[in-house]
Design a protein around this ligand. Sequence first.
Ligand SMILES: N[C@@H](CCC(=O)N[C@@H](CS)C(=O)NCC(=O)O)C(=O)O
Length: 224
Amino acid sequence: MAEITIYSAVVCPFAHRSRLVLLEKGIDFDLVEIDLQNKPEGFSEISPYGKVPAIKHGSERVWESAIINEYLDEVFPEPSLLPKSPIGKAQARIWIDFANTRFVPAYSNVLRNPDPQKQKEAAQELYNHLQFIENEGLGKLSGEGPYWFGESISLVDLTFYPWFERWPVIKHYRGFNSLSEFPRIHQLKKALKERESVKAIANSKEFYLERYARFAPVAATAGK
Ligand SMILES: N[C@@H](CCC(=O)N[C@@H](CS)C(=O)NCC(=O)O)C(=O)O
């Protein structure tokens, strides 16, 4: 039995983040695929919110992807996925928080909000977030790139990547722009797609279009 067990669902972008961290660090882990429509009995004892991802490490449990990722980075320090300096760490946490509180909710609203007007507003918001990432994030922190903090990959890159891989969904079903309009984001996505960790668990565009097809009839196209 591996040291870490991760409870995951293949379609879940939050679980995707933590699986990438495990792979980047070369941590030995067991993966338990959870059917979210039919969760196993006792799952809430492992994951009190009833969500994936959650991990078990010996007798300890950790849940919430951003917390799991920092936990793994502390317990398995090499290779480090956070900058060393206090300001670097603060910047990483600012962008992880930005992903969780602004970027991901806007992406979800574009896809899932049943109100076409709200969907349109979310599309504008998501577009503004991309501009903010391009200029305030990558523009100020990544230098020549390709990653958020330059040459070394960090938790910030892995935190955003699952939504980049799912971009064809909002492009296809909502007519949202391609990421290639933003050169730095495009460069980041391209570099990440070349990582062994990313390649090992990548899913195709067709896979996501099929898995997210249930949202397709939700409303008219949001555009942007
Ligand atoms: N904030 C959580 C979000 C996790 C989450 O929303 N997971 C979804 C799948 S993508 C889930 O498990 N949903 C099942 C449910 O809510 O019943 C994290 O970052 O880990």
